[in-house]
Design a protein around this ligand. Structure first.
Ligand SMILES: Nc1nc2c(c(=O)[nH]1)N[C@H]1C(S)=C(S)[C@@H](COP(=O)(O)O)O[C@H]1N2
Ligand SMILES: [Mo]
Length: 373
């Protein structure tokens, strides 16, 4: 169940596909460029905490800062704030497609493609807070810690949800955010304050932020060793580390395709820490490709809409495939690299549509609407 920050149930209506306590956004023709806050996917490991914003403090500690400092919400808001549009996407987004498209079902939340949303986030850059707190020259990472209940699984207490963030990304574009689309964060999205780590695996963007442990040595957590890391055959070392999300693309709208009549296909494409350079569309299951037109804004770590005209020549089931190439030169492959937990489903998505046979035009009809008398 989705709740607002006063813990009142929010009616997600047809907008959500429910997966236990997680919900994903259902793709349909009406998903606007910015995902409305009450239609934004939710992924909670445990129970959201009820934090009193008056007494809440962000504690910055560890041997990577000169001393411990606490910040109230007003303290954070007294820094110059920044607002930018960025996607937030779960590492496992598209996991169900390992099964449905590649025949290798993987355990975990069976997300379709809706464990992603784009919002305008307002907050203060993490680097501003770290510098204010007296960051030392030899700090190597920041461990953000959530205030939600400790995660206990199979009788093992893994502690609070937390994941190390390398200092480079922490000092780059990471935001300490308190607003989403111009409103305070809802309870499920991290009220009062969360991190937004643009373009990286969703787990990096720790919600209900309580602490930032800054250290001069590397410290791991189960959220970068047991989970949100590639496991399985062929995965080891740096290749197994998950940070920047791969390029992806989907079809949102196919209209009601009919033989001999032009339909406009629409969709969107996105990539972690990159803009989209090109979207290609195949209407014959991946044999031939044409380049789609990108429409609207194309910011890094957000999405861009695309459209492509299509006049079907055959009726019955057809397979549409889309593939994005990003500004880092990465193109969606035909097959996503397999891994035990079904992370990073970045393969070109196959989308089945049924094309209607040509509807014959009544004799004498001009095809134009009759003039209104
Ligand atoms: N404290 C805390 N932070 C968290 C999580 C969590 O369970 N607890 N879930 C993470 C995961 S896996 C994802 S994908 C995103 C989801 O953010 P959203 O629920 O606001 O969409 O938050 C991340 N931050
Ligand atoms: Mo996630």
């Amino acid at each position: 169940m989705l709740r607002d920050r006063h813990d009142r149930p929010v009616d997600g209506g047809d907008w959500f596909i429910q997966h236990g306590t997680d919900v994903e956004t259902r793709w349909n023709a009406d998903v606007p460029h910015l995902t409305p806050t009450d239609h934004f996917f939710v992924r909670n490991h445990t129970e959201p905490p009820h934090v009193d914003p008056e007494t809440w403090r962000l504690v910055v500690s560890g041997d990577g800062v000169v001393g411990e400092t606490s910040y109230s919400l007003d303290d954070l808001k007294s820094f110059t704030s920044h607002t930018y549009e960025r996607a937030l996407e779960c590492t496992g987004n598209g996991r169900s497609l390992f099964g449905s498209q590649q025949g290798t079902e993987r355990p975990g939340t069976q997300w379709q493609m809706g464990a992603i949303g784009v919002a305008r986030w307002t907050g203060v850059p993490l680097r501003t807070v770290l510098r204010h707190a007296g960051l030392t020259g030899d700090a190597v990472q920041v461990m953000p810690v959530g205030l939600d209940a400790r995660y206990v699984d199979d009788g093992i207490d893994h502690g609070h949800v937390r994941r190390p963030l390398p200092i480079g990304k922490a000092l780059d574009d990471t935001l300490v955010a308190w607003e989403m689309n111009g409103e305070p964060l809802p309870l499920d999205h991290g009220f009062p304050v969360r991190l937004v780590v643009p373009g990286w695996v969703g787990i990096a963007s720790i919600k209900w932020l309580g602490e930032l442990q800054v250290t001069t040595s590397v410290v791991d957590s189960p959220w970068n060793t047991r989970w949100y890391r590639m496991h399985g055959e062929g995965w080891s070392g740096d290749a197994a580390v998950l940070d920047r999300m791969p390029p992806k693309s989907i079809v949102d709208v196919t209209g009601d395709p009919e033989v001999g009549r032009m339909a406009v296909l629409r969709g969107r494409a996105w990539s972690g820490e990159a803009t989209i350079r090109m979207v290609e569309v195949s209407t014959d299951g991946g044999r031939t490709w044409e380049e789609a037109s990108l429409t609207g804004s194309n910011e890094p770590s957000s999405w861009v809409e695309w459209e492509h005209p299509w006049t079907p020549v055959a009726s019955g089931e057809q397979v549409l495939v889309t593939r994005a190439t990003d500004s880092l030169g990465r193109t969606q492959p035909e097959v996503a690299a397999d891994n035990d937990d079904g992370y990073f489903f970045g393969a070109a998505v196959r989308h089945r549509v049924t094309v209607r046979a040509e509807v014959s035009t009544p004799a004498g009809a001009s095809g134009r609407p009759a003039p209104v008398g």
